[in-house]
Ligand binder design. Structure first.
Ligand code: NAD
Length: 418
């Protein structure tokens, strides 16, 4: 996919790292290391398709930095995914695990494919072969994948099984986001949305916004968007609009999410669900609302549409949904933006809890998991908020400051080998 200069994914993250390092007087060796990815694997592998043809797919697994622990990050299946995007997402994972203060580094993987047009058996063969190709990087102590856009718990089960076959014994801790039957964690499926919900409540409390009078708009009706919307309604918020890749639905009085989700399940899209008005994805982002949750893909807000955003709070449920130009416009307009590396950290936090449970073969109940998640998210949010106020910076810069402080402490303490 060709991108314009505003959408240069990895360069955007590098620039932010570089600028924040400059402001913090960070040792050059740390900054230089964080500007590159430590390990980059590109694989081209054959898969037998159902009609007897063989297709060659391209996949990636990239470890950005593992100074604070094994690398952690999702696997994306998408027709437009590319190396630059995977590098950017891997770097965001390094920063996110540091903000959440869990003992991980950052990684990301992807396969260029369209899972929506593939059969289950084709997806299984693709996944198993890709897992074999990246097995040289994977391992519970080395690099631990998880689901992302286009992948799900079943895909994680195939990866876990493929890796375990190679070892000769079951290795549940090699992936997270697994089905419960094979060592998944309770609460993992909802965890990213739950973390977004916690971030929203904390941001609204900080700005003294009353949930009963607040309107929420959600871009994206997948794992993150749908769960965030659902949990916010349970907290008393009104969700007035939600969208998927085909468009959005709107009801200023509040959507009946059960209807919307049932309609999406039945037809593949939210459009046409009962008592709703159809709106375009572009219109949804510009709706009058208090809280806008971005839970689709990267680069949703760019310099052309950012000036029209009317929300007071933006929650970045997706990774990289706001370009730097858009970010600046939003800040100038006084928007309180909770950045991706904080807002969507709930997923990796519960992945961490799943990994710990798998390593010790001792499993917690959902209340315990949700309580841990709530505590870790709240701590992270409050620490970022404190830096924002002390240093008079925005929430994204504050999150980068904390992440970089922790990464630099780890890198300088460990030193450089040899
Ligand atoms: P998903 O595939 O379940 O959902 C994505 C949703 O976005 C779908 O409903 C899709 O139709 C919609 N969408 C795509 N393009 C759109 C557009 N232009 N306008 C409106 N909607 C559009 O994926 P997900 O797991 O919910 O992930 C969403 C984002 O959150 C991604 O950026 C991902 O990296 C990030 N994220 C996910 C997790 C997780 O645990 N799933 C964790 C952290 C971050």
């Amino acid at each position: 996919m060709s991108r314009n200069t505003e959408e240069q994914g990895f360069n955007n993250v590098r620039e932010l790292i570089n600028d924040t390092c400059g402001q913090m007087n960070i040792p050059e060796m740390c900054c230089l290391r964080l500007m590159e990815c430590e390990r980059e694997l590109t694989v081209h592998f054959p898969v037998k398709m159902d009609d007897g043809r063989v297709e060659v797919f391209t996949g990636f697994r990239i470890v950005h930095n593992d100074s604070r622990g094994p690398s952690k990050g999702g696997i994306r299946y998408h027709p437009d995914v590319n190396l630059d995007e995977v590098r950017a997402l891997a770097a965001l994972m390094t920063l996110k695990t540091a903000v959440a203060n869990i003992p991980y580094g950052g990684a990301k993987g992807a396969v260029i494919c369209n899972p929506k047009t593939m059969s289950q058996s084709e997806l299984e063969r693709l996944t198993r072969r890709y897992a074999c190709e990246i097995a040289i990087l994977m391992g519970p102590e080395r690099d631990i994948p998880a689901p992302d856009v286009g992948t799900n718990p079943q895909v994680m089960a195939w990866i876990m099984d493929t890796y375990s076959m190679g070892k000769g014994y079951s290795v549940p801790a090699v992936v997270t986001g697994k089905p419960l039957e094979i060592g998944g964690s309770t609460g993992r499926f909802e965890s990213t949305g739950r973390g977004c919900m916690v971030s929203t409540l904390l941001a609204a409390k900080h700005l003294r916004i009353d949930p009963r009078e607040a309107t929420v708009v959600v871009q994206g009706c997948g794992n993150v968007g749908a769960v965030t919307a659902d949990l916010l309604v349970k907290e008393g918020y009104r969700v007035a609009a939600i969208s998927d890749s085909k468009g959005g639905v709107y009801n200023p009085k509040g959507l009946n999410l059960e209807d919307v989700f049932a309609h999406k399940k039945e037809t593949g899209s939210v459009i046409g669900s009962r008592n709703t008005e159809k709106i375009t994805n572009a219109e949804l982002l510009e709706l009058k609302c208090d809280i806008l949750v971005l839970a689709a893909l990267e680069n949703a807000l760019v310099k052309t549409n950012a000036p029209s955003v009317k929300a007071r709070i933006i929650i970045e449920g997706a990774n990289g949904p706001t370009t730097p130009e858009a970010n600046k416009i939003l800040l100038d307009n006084g928007v309180f933006l909770v950045p991706d590396i904080l807002a969507n950290a709930g997923g990796v936090i519960v992945s961490y809890l799943e990994w710990v449970q798998g390593l010790q073969s001792f499993y917690w109940n959902e209340t315990d998991v949700n309580n841990y998640l709530g505590d870790l998210m709240t701590n992270a949010f409050n620490q970022v908020l404190r830096i924002r106020e002390d240093e008079k910076v925005d929430m994204r810069t504050a999150a980068y400051v904390i992440a970089l402080q922790r990464l630099v402490a780890a890198m300088t303490t460990r030193g450089i080998f040899p």
